[in-house]
Design a protein around this ligand. Structure first.
Ligand code: ADP
Length: 379
């Protein structure tokens, strides 16, 4: 089956056409600057989609898969788009205001432009639906949690699911027999504890703002600081949340950039501000891994993935070195090899009590596979 996978951002649209039988990417690309004043920029997502369909020419497309960050309380698996399901997902856009609206625009545009092709939504939150109550409940009045659907939903689920399956395969053990921690560290970043094949804890929360320090997101912060910030900058509440999402994290701490590679170059030249930002960044990852080892009462595998996790040996070395007290060790030579082109491999040190991997995440392939599965059940 040829599945066209769309990943819509607020001003960008990434796409891949994947043949699920051979797992090969037939075509891929990105349309960016959507809705910006830039010259030749597409006016909106609908125009961007038509540009993609034009590029596809006569290529056969059997189905379309859409990455949707938030599925809210009602969607715990990939779902066929109908007028009803689309309306339901649109009604929870406020749970991921930076991500869901763009995905929904994309789904609507596909339905208008290619009405005969089935669309499937694959949710980043779905994999975390197995989290126990003790992990997903915030300590608010229970009525607030229930009435307003306030809870930890997590994100990056497609990646955590794919990577944990991949490492189980590489360990030649069923995932159900392993305790796995996946560190998905890209611009957005989250850690997930997977026990017996199920997500039991993850660092992102109600929205993808909670948890680790990210490229531009603050991650964990005392909620009282939100009021302080709003007053200090004379911001409204929504402006403050946008600030925490877009101006904080590594960008905020360094005042320079959110791009890890560029920051690494500055660090190598002795930049002290960047060194401090890295300390905060690594510390938070170590803190979450330590917590998740405790939550699962042990760990068999730690996997690093995404732009930073899979390409920056110094990050993995710094994090794993801090886990020495658990008897976890990294192989410096093998680790150094995974430094630029997202390859998959084992980097466990000699005598380590847990195995360590650098894994290339394949979110699009995983989405295409889920789309095929849903449609074959429906037929
Ligand atoms: P997201 O998908 O959340 O936008 P990515 O997973 O693409 O983010 O990660 C982007 C980050 O990874 C950037 O900070 C970038 O500097 C860093 N990075 C490091 N090495 C590479 C690489 N070889 N290719 C892409 N990004 C890389």
């Amino acid at each position: 089956m040829n599945v066209l996978v769309f990943n819509s951002g607020s001003s960008s649209l990434k796409y891949q056409l994947i043949d699920t039988a051979s797992k090969k990417v037939i075509l891929k690309g990105e349309v960016d600057r959507i809705g910006t004043p830039a010259k030749d920029a597409p006016r909106d997502h609908s125009v961007a989609m038509s540009m993609v369909f034009e590029k596809l020419g006569t290529q056969k497309v059997d189905a379309i898969g859409h990455r949707v960050v938030h599925g809210g309380p009602n969607f715990s698996s990939a779902t066929l788009v109908t007028a009803e399901t689309l309306k339901q997902v649109e009604s929870i856009s406020h749970l991921a205001p930076l991500h869901n609206p763009a995905a929904m625009l994309g789904v609507r545009a596909c339905r208008d432009l290619m009405p005969k092709i089935p669309n499937v939504m694959v949710f980043d939150t779905a994999f975390h639906a197995t989290m126990p109550e003790k992990a997903y409940l915030y300590a608010l009045p229970l009525e607030d949690c229930k009435k307003h659907n306030i809870r930890r939903y997590g994100a990056h689920g497609t990646s955590h699911d794919y990577v944990s399956q991949k490492v189980a395969e590489m360990c030649k053990k069923p995932r159900e027999k392993l305790k796995i921690i996946v560190c998905h560290i890209g611009n957005g970043a989250s850690v997930c504890a997977i026990d017996k094949g199920k997500s039991v804890e993850t660092s992102m929360g109600l929205t993808p703002l909670e948890g680790l320090v990210m490229g531009t997101r603050s991650g964990d912060i005392d909620p009282a600081a939100v009021e302080y910030l709003a007053k200090a900058h004379n911001f409204t509440l929504p402006q403050t949340i946008t600030y925490l999402n877009k101006q904080c994290g590594l960008l905020g701490l360094t005042g320079k950039t959110s791009d890890f590679r560029d920051l690494l170059a500055m660090y190598d030249k002795g930049d002290q501000t960047v060194a401090t930002a890295f300390d905060v960044f690594f510390h938070r990852i170590v803190k979450y891994i330590g917590a998740y080892v405790a939550v699962m009462n042990g760990v068999d595998v730690i996997a690093f993935t995404a732009g930073i996790g899979n390409n920056i040996p110094a990050l993995r070395q710094a994090v794993i070195d801090r886990l020495g007290f658990l008897g976890i060790k990294i192989d410096p030579k093998r680790n150094a090899f995974h430094n630029c082109n997202s390859v998959t491999g084992e980097i466990t040190g000699k005598g380590s009590r847990a195995r360590i991997f650098a894994i290339k995440t394949e979110e699009e392939l995983s989405i295409a596979t889920q789309v095929e599965k849903i449609l074959s059940v429906k037929c």
